[in-house]
Design a protein around this ligand. Structure first.
Ligand SMILES: *Cc1c(COP(=O)(O)O)cnc(C)c1O
Length: 360
């Protein structure tokens, strides 16, 4: 039986990408070495880096003259600190939209940067984060930037492009869990960052896309934390995660072959609709998320009975439907259906939900 991995992250990679890794692993590009062993100063890596960066910006429809890409380590979490260190320089005050757990974490970590004030300017806490809060466009304070989280991995909510305004102040987005999974007008953003392990590559790589006019060197920051220094050194101030960049490169080529972000979004919409429709028909399970805020990447669902939820996860696992246990903050189940999850995987889950309902 085919096995489907619904983990939120690290998440499944496309089977074609895994097959290519397997083929390349002993001898990368006739170098006689594995890609895990090549130098980050070699021409081979420089080529890989340049190609990966170009493909990424092409898929995002961003101009290399306007935007740069950094391949960093430390996870999306490190950016909760590094972004304010680099960008909150004039007013020492940032605005955060609180759409759930990761947005809160971003706000909490930023608040620890000395001298920085963090204002939560919108929140959906009062309705348990079952919808995304509207993003304000007018502010009664001066802010260095506005921080949003486009897809809320734990709550299962997301902003569509039409729910994201163009703002006068720079907008920074944590896109970790829907990076290149649905279309946005990426030019609305000053900075976009994403931990790669959700929708792109193995853990250990964080992609940061930044408007070039924001790359100003800050002499008071250690080089590793200074975006301008990292950009100048092509993300290789210290040893970069070469293997992860290589896998990201393969995933981006795979995405280009699929027709790009709009094409993968159409498939992702179809997968999500299948699952939400199946949950609407289910006698045991439901999605608690407001239909207008539904994520097409992470779909939490519950029965209301923790024992029945546990039984579901147990039986699903026996059917090779893996990692469906929900996040401890919301309980129940969560199906993460990123780019790499085929339609057949979601169909298998829906068939299983129907069988389970018939038995219980
Ligand atoms: C997973 C996740 C993070 C944390 O990512 P790390 O790379 O583990 O630090 C941050 N934000 C969002 C939206 C996430 O889904």
């Amino acid at each position: 039986m085919t096995c489907y991995n619904f983990a939120a992250g690290p998440a499944m990679l496309p089977v074609e990408v895994i097959a290519q890794i397997k083929q390349d692993l002993p001898d990368y590009a006739h170098s006689g070495m594995s890609v895990m062993e090549i130098s980050h100063r070699s021409a081979l890596y420089k080529e890989l880096y340049a190609e990966t960066k170009a493909n990424l910006l092409e898929l995002m429809k961003l101009d290399q003259a306007e935007y740069d890409v950094l391949f960093l380590t430390g996870g999306a979490t490190q950016q909760f600190t590094t972004i304010p260190l680099n960008l909150a320089r004039k007013y020492h005050r940032i605005a955060v939209v609180d759409s759930g757990h990761w947005a809160q974490r971003a706000a909490e970590d930023a608040a620890k940067v000395p001298g920085l004030t963090v204002d939560i300017i919108a929140s959906s806490k009062d309705n348990d984060y079952t919808a995304v809060p509207e993003i304000p466009t007018e502010f009664d304070q001066d802010y260095d930037y506005l921080h949003i989280t486009t897809n809320n991995t734990i709550m299962g909510t997301a902003y569509r492009d039409d729910q994201i305004p163009k703002t006068d102040i720079p907008m920074v987005a944590d896109m970790s869990s829907n990076f290149l999974g649905q279309e946005y007008d990426y030019s609305k953003f000053a900075v976009i960052y994403a931990g790669a392990q959700k929708n792109l590559a193995p853990a250990g790589l964080t992609v940061l896309v930044i408007r070039k006019d924001l790359l100003v060197k800050h002499d008071d920051l250690p080089g590793l934390f200074d975006f301008a220094t990292e950009a100048k050194k092509e993300s290789a101030l210290n040893t970069p995660p070469v293997f992860q960049v290589y896998v990201a490169g393969l995933a981006l080529k795979w995405l280009k072959e699929k027709g790009g972000v709009a094409s993968i979004e159409a498939i992702n919409q179809e997968k999500a609709k299948l699952l939400y429709d199946c949950l609407a028909d289910s006698k045991n399970f439901e999605s608690k998320v407001d239909p207008d805020s539904r994520s097409i990447m992470n779909v939490p669902f519950v029965s209301g009975d923790p024992d029945l939820d546990a039984e579901f996860v147990k039986e699903a696992t026996a059917h090779q439907l893996l990692n469906l246990k929900g996040h401890r903050l919301v309980g129940g189940m969560r199906a993460s259906i990123y780019n790499a999850m085929p339609l057949e995987g979601v169909q298998a889950l829906c068939d299983f939900i129907k069988d389970f309902d018939a038995k219980h």
